[in-house]
Design a protein around this ligand. Structure first.
Ligand SMILES: *Cc1c(COP(=O)(O)O)cnc(C)c1O
Length: 407
């Protein structure tokens, strides 16, 4: 059995199995130990990190040494993404997580305990709405959802127990905007932090922290990753708030991001502005095409003057984004025909991908809303949502034109 390795100098070295795991460590020093200067941040695919000695390990655990311990709590590839995103959002620190929903639960539990209260806009990603109306009440945390277009609604809903104001702007899928500066002012006067889900805009188009918000959340699955190949989330905020989110909530709930997914996000960030510019340009042309189409009842896109908050979009965002919602004159059935007959566009949830994605919020992403809730918040049962991708825009339009002809 090849159990011991002949080192060639007559001495018996470590066994084969030991060598498979530990390698020739002396080689490391000379060949891997050269300055690396990799242009792309490496993937530190390591679950754990060695301490120099017992005291060094103890010092890290006491928080006196910034060394890495274990990838659930921090990892160099995660850290590279976090510091870059904190910089882009102009915040002090960031925490990357396994998904946008892991970011939402981590943020909520970092602000609230049983008995506390949240005020949220009433149009939210369907999963967030489900968290607020089903899961958090089971933990004794209550949520009041208010129409997000009027900051006075937030002022009225905040109570002595309110620990968080939660906004999504533009909201998914109605593209309703909330005035971040105005709501932040209202909340600050009552000592309540404001979180903004900035998934639709990305830091390229909107910086909520500069407008007065305290915490930014992204489903990095969407535009930040940008290629439809990973699920991830991130929070940005004050360093002490992020530290507590990491060392109390993430440590205990465990929704950490993998080093590989953090690396995919780093790669996504490199092309974010180029992609966003094209998403916006394509979405503007598609929105105009739909607006003039005889079978289309209405188009919701913050870049069109017909959007009721067009002025707020111009003031608050540096671009209108890549998301469009529309209604057909033939209602829900006509929408179904379009979704079933597109060929270039893909019938799928998610958004912010290079591919154009089309879906039906009422029965898909927002099926967590009851019929009554859908109507109340303006998610029309016939609404179709489009995440405009990066294909040649003539091809996207030709595909929609052909499918609309059948509707
Ligand atoms: C997708 C989405 C989420 C949830 O993110 P996941 O990465 O799917 O967990 C939250 N907010 C918005 C606006 C989203 O579009």
């Amino acid at each position: 059995m090849a159990d011991e390795h002949d080192t060639g100098d007559g001495a018996k070295g470590p066994g084969f199995a030991t060598l498979c795991i530990h390698g020739k460590k002396h080689l490391d020093k000379h060949e891997v130990g050269r300055p690396i200067r990799a242009v792309s941040t490496p993937i530190f695919q390591s679950s754990t990190f060695a301490f120099e000695n017992a005291e060094h390990g103890a010092a890290i655990f006491r928080g006196e040494d910034p060394g890495y311990v274990y990838t659930r709590l921090g990892n160099p590839t995660q850290a590279a993404f976090e510091s870059e995103l904190a910089y882009l959002e102009q915040g002090e620190a960031a925490l990357a997580l396994a998904s946008g929903m892991a970011a939402a639960t981590t943020a909520v539990l970092n602000c609230c305990r049983s008995g506390d209260h949240i005020v949220a806009g009433d149009t939210l990603y369907g999963g967030t709405h489900q968290l607020f109306t089903q899961t958090l009440p089971r933990l004794g945390i209550t949520v009041t959802e208010v129409p997000a277009t009027d900051p006075a609604n937030f002022a009225r809903a905040i109570t002595k127990k309110t620990r968080l104001v939660y906004l999504e702007t533009p909201a998914n899928p109605t593209l309703v905007l909330t005035d971040i500066a105005a709501v932040s002012e209202v909340a600050r006067a009552r000592g309540v932090p404001v979180l903004v889900d900035n998934t639709f805009c990305t830091p390229y188009l909107q910086n909520p922290l500069k407008l007065g918000a305290d915490i930014v959340l992204h489903s990095a699955t969407k535009y930040i990753g940008g290629h439809g190949d990973t699920v991830a989330g991130v929070l940005v905020g004050k360093a002490d708030w992020i530290m507590r989110a990491r060392m109390e909530v993430l440590r205990d709930l465990g929704g950490c991001i993998s080093p590989f997914n953090a690396w995919l996000l780093l790669r996504g960030l490199k092309t974010l502005p180029v992609r966003m510019d094209r998403h916006i340009a394509n979405a503007m042309e598609v929105a105009q095409f739909l607006s003039f189409h005889p079978k289309v009842e209405s188009v919701i896109y913050p870049g069109l003057k017909t959007h009721p908050q067009y002025e707020l979009a111009r003031r608050q965002q540096r671009g209108a984004g890549g998301m469009i919602s529309f209604l057909l004159k033939g209602g829900r059935e006509a929408g179904r025909v379009v979704m079933d007959n597109v060929q270039l566009c893909t019938l799928a949830v998610s958004l912010g991908d290079v591919d154009t994605l089309i879906e039906h919020p009422a029965t898909m992403t927002h099926s967590t809303y009851s019929e009554a809730e859908l109507l109340k918040v303006g998610i029309h049962p016939a609404m179709v949502r489009l995440s405009v991708g990066l294909e040649n825009v003539e091809d996207i339009i030709a595909d929609l034109r052909r499918a609309l002809a059948l509707a």
